[in-house]
Design a protein around this ligand. Structure first.
Ligand code: FAD
Ligand code: FES
Length: 266
């Protein structure tokens, strides 16, 4: 893990309120699912860093992990911190802390990876799709504009299917409907990787479990420190032993076996 000042290479609005941010950084080893804590302001306001997944590794040299000369983040402006970040210009710098978290485990060689995301949950799955170069990416978006995010994914070597709430592109309805079609008794060797809103993760976990398929979920919680110190991102697990019952999303996760999570408590 490094704490560095990183130069902004670009910070472009790719869709209304969606930005891609290129950061210069001689990256340590990055695995899909890692995230960074970004200080969006040089002052103490806002005080806390904001967490963002790694979307791409720039100038990447592929071995068993990604290493490169920078990273690209993809973020949506939802509040004060992301608004301040969106106003940064190329040439300015931001402090980053990372890479953080555990990342997604590799599938077994025979397993068919099914990657399912809702909204910004697509971020960590892009790097995973780039690494695996097989399987399918299922993306749930509000409409055709947001669905544009996965335009370039086909070039990564996986199939891509989209579901939109308004039916403007792909299947009308929830992305978990697509998951039901992908996990069939004919495909028992699947493994699910999911990231997105809690409701989607919960349903993906339920579907996978009903078919006896392993499901890895990447959770999002509000994070103050990102390194397991503040205990602000605790999530309840199903562990019997009390001392194992709460895990930190930032340092034990953000990726968990879906069976570990107490979904009723989320
Ligand atoms: C591990 C991790 C990876 C993430 N990766 C990305 C990413 O790649 N791209 C991206 O756009 N966003 C990502 N997020 C969410 C992002 O961190 C928040 O959107 C951001 O911190 C909001 O900051 P803000 O100051 O703009 O909003 P705030 O003013 O703090 O909050 C505005 C709204 O956003 C909600 N919000 C704030 N933080 C979170 C959070 N952590 N999760 C869900 N909702 C939140 C608040 O409840 C509120 O409704 C990630 C979160 C985590 C925990
Ligand atoms: S964000 Fe502080 S412990 Fe996880």
């Amino acid at each position: 893990m490094q704490s560095v000042s990183s130069k902004i290479l670009y910070n472009e609005e790719v869709l209304p309120r969606y930005f891609r941010l290129g950061l210069q950084w001689k990256t340590p080893a990055i695995v899909p699912g890692h995230f960074l804590m970004v200080r969006v302001s040089g002052s103490l306001d806002p005080l806390l860093r904001r967490p963002f997944g790694v979307y791409k590794v720039l100038g990447s040299k592929w071995k068993s992990v990604f290493r490169g000369t920078g990273v690209e983040l993809l973020y949506q402006v939802v509040g004060r911190g992301t608004k301040i970040l969106s106003e940064k210009r190329a040439g300015e710098s931001v402090d980053i802390l990372g890479p953080l978290g555990n990342g997604f485990p590799d599938p077994e060689r025979k397993q068919n990876p099914i990657m399912i995301a809702g909204g910004m949950g697509i971020v960590p799955l892009r790097l995973l799709a780039e690494k695996l170069k097989r399987g399918v990416v299922l993306f749930g978006a509000r409409g055709s504009s947001e669905a544009g995010i996965v335009k370039g994914f086909r070039g990564l070597g996986c199939r891509v299917k989209v579901a939109t709430e308004d039916g403007s592109i792909g299947r009308r309805g929830l992305v978990t409907g697509l998951l039901k079609e992908e996990i069939t008794p004919d495909s028992p060797d699947s493994v699910v990787y999911a990231c997105g809103p809690v409701g989607m993760l919960k349903e993906a976990a339920r579907i996978a479990q009903a078919e006896g398929v392993k499901c890895h979920v990447s959770l999002e919680r509000s994070m103050a420190c990102g390194i397991g110190v503040c205990l602000g991102c605790a999530v309840k697990t199903r562990a019997r032993e009390e001392f194992k019952r709460y895990k930190m999303v930032c340092s034990d996760g953000p990726v968990f076996d879906s069976k570990e999570i107490d979904w009723e408590a989320l």
